[in-house]
Design a protein around this ligand. Sequence first.
Ligand code: EPZ
Length: 422
Amino acid sequence: MAEEVIVVEGTSTLSGEVAVSGAKNSALKLIAAALLGQGASVIHNVPLISDIEVMSEVLRRLGARVERTGHSLLVDTSEADGIEAPYELVSKMRASISALGPLIGRHGRARVAMPGGCQIGARKIDMHILGLQELGVEFKVNHGVLEASTPHGLHGAQVSLEFPSVGATENLLMASVVAKGDSIIDNAAREPEIVDLCNMLNEMGAHIEGAGSSSIEVTGVPIESMHPCEHTTVGDRIEAGTFLVGGALTGGPLTVRGIDPSFLRMALMKLRTMGCEVETGEDWIRVSRSEPIMPTDIQTLPHPGFPTDLQAQFMLLASLAQGNSVITENVFENRFMFASELLRMGADIFLDGHHAFVRGVPALQGAPVSSTDLRAGAALVLAGIVAEGETYVHAVEHIDRGYEDYVGKLQGLGASVRRERI
Ligand code: EPZ
């Protein structure tokens, strides 16, 4: 059957300026949060990616009207009476679980298909469930469908998360904002996308304080007092980081625009440690490198630690360093599949559980490779740009889930890449 691949001619340059799109991992939740207001919200700077289409479809199945105009999305929840996020959509995109919190907030009940795992791990939702139970939610699982109800209503509580889960923090926020009484979410996730969600919820009438810290305080308000809003999604720090690694690999200079540099402090520190010059402005970051790539050790951690979503990109950079690096993946249980693809291109990487021992090599060779998840896919295209010869990247649908016009943006930076049906 015909398949679309990304063909990369290495080695080629990657320099100039690129504007990043809105953050996938924020916009998906902002769309779900619109359910907490009755009427039409408008969300700007929404990336044109397939995951957004799936979340839009989830909202439509719930009865909302979702219309896109360019990078703006109108979400009208006036008729959104549905309570079910069906299996065929949740199985396509596990982030649909973000509908759980707002559905419980809006209707007091929800039916959401249990999300499956994926290539990078089991992706459990036990922390979502335990936290929501503290707020008065009762759950049953029926034939793979998670049924939530609030027989005694939603009430405030102090919830402590075992791990600062992004998704669990978001679902707890979207339910607690309309619970009776006050809540505290302890050990909350601190990602910039959490702050973006809290900002939108507050614009809708919620009372949230402490967003971005590990203890978030929520004063519950009646759902009737929540109202639609107009909100602009923050820039995508992982897309920005992906392009910055491209500039680090080729020497740049490469500038990403539309991103708050404070979102990427740890990644920028690592780029400097690895021999890059990094300059920043209010909403831009520039990277260049004239010295050899130096090795470094990386521990992926919840924000503000090093982001797991940049682990594959930095493993690529480390694989061309003058020396050995150790990369430890602490967030997901199985996020080293990228390494096996990179080995096919001549990298020298030894995996041992959560550790990847990366020995720098002078060069990589182009080869046919396959995306295992969207970040690995994006990194494989970068690998093709710095490798000698041609690289065919398969399973590009993973990349299309999270990167708007990735090939077009890379071409704009001088890369010899193209999409091709084979
Ligand atoms: C979000 O996933 C992002 N996805 C991920 O980005 C990102 O890697 C991750 O946060 C960490 O930053 C979206 O926002 C759509 P978690 P999420 O809950 O919310 C375990 C990308 O490439 N866990 O913080 O699912 C879980 O299995 C994607 O854009 C439980 O065990 O992440 C994982 O090992 C990949 N029980 C770890 O915690 C739970 O109830 C972190 O998960 C919840 C999570």
